[in-house]
Design a protein around this ligand. Structure first.
Ligand code: DQA
Length: 149
């Protein structure tokens, strides 16, 4: 069975309270429930983890090697700053989709730079909580394509 890891970074535990005009009113537990329901429907196994700590996110990315077929990563602000998380994704060799609820390209200039884009399969941004469902489907399609003879 295909298994996916959804990894959420700093401040995403505050969804629902945090700048709802930018990130919407859906809470992280609600997003997690949406992801689990969609993963069940698509018959893939799903693990969901959130951490506010850069090193903990790096540990989870390393541990994904050999344990998951793909990662959906919303690294929050670390997207724009963390060469270490970029290196972790490059090291783990697990296909990774970069995800953002907001359209980072339509926001402040400092959000236009993404270190993760250099190592991710692709980026999904601007679709709010629904982006997680889109990312699950995109990652399954990518994994199946890679497996095809
Ligand atoms: C975010 C976008 C980042 O710029 C921001 O720092 C976040 C959330 C998003 O999901 O839109 O924390 O990754």
């Amino acid at each position: 069975m295909t298994s996916l890891l959804v990894l959420n970074g700093p401040n995403l535990n505050m969804l629902g309270i945090r700048q709802p005009d930018v990130y919407g009113r859906t809470t992280l537990p609600e997003i997690e429930a949406m992801c689990r329901e969609h993963a069940n429907a698509r018959e893939v196994a799903l693990e969901i983890i959130q951490s506010n700590h850069e090193g903990a996110l790096i540990d989870q990315i390393h541990a994904a090697h050999g344990a998951y077929d793909g990662i959906i990563l919303n690294a929050g602000a670390y997207t724009h700053t963390s060469i270490a998380i970029m290196d972790a994704v490059a090291s783990a060799n697990v296909p990774t989709i970069e995800l953002h609820l907001s359209n980072i390209h339509a926001r402040e200039a400092f959000r236009h730079t993404s270190y993760l884009s250099k190592v991710a399969v692709g980026q999904i941004c601007g679709f709010g909580a629904h982006g997680y469902v889109l990312a699950i489907d995109a990652l399954i399609a990518h994994i199946n394509e890679a497996k095809a003879p």
